[in-house]
Write a protein that binds this ligand. Sequence first.
Ligand code: IVH
Length: 699
Amino acid sequence: MSLSTYPVDQLTPDQAAEELACLANLIAHHDYLYHQLATPEISDADYDALVLRNRAIEARFPDLRRSDSPSLRVGAAPAAGFKKVRHHKPMLSLDNAFSPEDVTDFLNRIRRFLQLPEDQAVEMMAEPKIDGLSASLHYQDGRFVLGATRGDGSEGEDITHNLRTVKDVPLILQGEHIPQSLEIRGEVYMRRDDFLSLNKARTAAGEPEFANPRNAAAGSVRQLDPKITAKRPLHFFAYAYHALPGDRKDQTQGDILESLNRWGFSVTRLRQICQNEDEVMTFYHQLESIRADLDYDIDGVVYKVNNLEWQNRLGAVGRTPRHSIAHKFAAEKAETIVEDILIQVGRTGVLTPVAILKPVTVGGVVVQRATLHNEDEIARKDVRIGDHIEIQRAGDVIPQVLRVFPEKRLPASRPFVFPGSCPVCGSAAVRTEGEVARRCTDGLVCPAQAVERLKHFVSRQAFDIEGLGEKHIETFYQEKLIRTPADIFTLETRDRQSLTPLRNTEGWGEQSTRNLFQAIDQRRTISLDRFIYALGIPQVGAVTAKLLARHYRSLTTLTQQMTQAQDQNSEAWKELLALEGIGANMASDLVGFFRQPHNIEIMEALSALLTIPDFIVEATISSPLSGKTIVFTGSLPTLSRAEAKAHAERRGAKVTGSVTSKTDYVVVGKDAGSKAKAARELGITILSENEFVALMGKP
Ligand code: IVH
């Protein structure tokens, strides 16, 4: 049966189900013709009739509503909250290039990694970098089943209901060769004119304006009520997809964009294949010149190695792929006045000066503060309160002060005097020889530092406790409810015995208190890398934390090794320095952190309250190399060092830079020196590249 004019109230459930299936397909087909091809085959009135019939049948048989129903486009079933979704493949982010030199380096790195001759072209696909937020869409048998935000890259939030309301997210895919299980990646964004009208409407309704189209898009996608999202004019550009091996016919990024387009997605038309750096730069300047005339914001150009097999070989370093880079447009500048200079105290006690500015719009965003970095920087630029200055804002980064206009300065103006004491606790603030930072000397007692450390502890890449944000940390600290990280996990027990329990305090109730305790409970088991990151060790960001977790695998081992590494003649110190990405400076900060009894106390208190499972290194390919420690030395005949290392790591091996008794294999190439010798002396298995490749197995 196909569509009928049969009265809805006379349909049997079977007929209704069949007709709803038919309507879903038909409406998806006309959506595609209208939105993607701009060649509608039926009149708007006929289209509306289909939508109305679908709605009428669903109204009579609510249980038969399909998950791909066109009526969900208007927003249905308010979500209770956002469920977490683990990404099958991590959602990476791009490295940035800011200059032509950065682009040259990028292309050379690729050539070196793939060991291509210098004159061989590396074909690139150049696409605009859309300034929105990335999303992942899952299709099963061509039907939209799940949509998620990027989140921290490993885990995002389920925003299926909201994405269904986005017109250029197809609910049912069109065309042929659609992989059975398909994940689409792309960018959700809002057009500039839509953003301006939305802000106008919000001002009229007494609601706060969004700072820029991207924030407006992000706010809309994270709406709990999809009915509101449905009213927000969101758009989606697809730029990548993943399918099961064998289910992807495409050979290049260009093919990918064409497939996506055939299936019904909007893909950028502003794309170009480039054969060399000159072509890449020409395209960059072309896009830069039309940037202001586009309907939507772009903040750069993304270059991607066009050949997918090469992309695959290139893989990723940490959270960024080697095969792509975002070449950012120059930052936008503006002039304003310094109204004040405040001193902030960070979690490590560093005093950071911040300029409070007369609000000014730069690149569509209202800027009210700019960082002044440190006292030398203020002195160098001679920034004073009352000065006219030029500022610049690039992407997400905090606005910077470029220069002052001394000619506009008042005669009474005086140079800024940097304080010699901590503005929060009053202790002396000193500079160590050779350091630019001035630090508060009262590490343990200074409330500013304690609060900043706690904020870091609960931040998104650390413990990420829902409902325990920066403001709560500040209040809990003042009320003496949370003074150390461990206090977070004893809060509920103490609250039960308290005469002034949280649920009776202003701003809290039964439900919100219960939610908070639940959110805390959910984090009593925490991954080792998050835990290390949360400690707030100077210079140790999320990437280094993961590196340490991956290498030492348990908190006990890490603590033991860092304690032994206090001695710079120890094996432990050498091992730490041998880790790629850890230099002497960072290593000193690390062992310095483990030298402080106070830090050890914090870790011990937390260990007693938490479960921190050993870090599992997910080998993406199983092989005899899994769990082995490998050292590469000398130049290998065919593989570049980077590619060899990537191969080993994908198979769960640990690659280090120096040979110790814990090394399992040393892969030796031409002109290998002391490491090969050390391996022979320690009786460690030595492999040639061929033997290493054989051990790796396929692919
Ligand atoms: S490819 C490794 N292509 O830029 C991620 N990204 O950090 C692959 N973006 O999170 C991204 N336009 O949200 C790619 N044409 C484009 C893009 C694009 C915007 C975003 C994306 C990503 C961020 C880079």
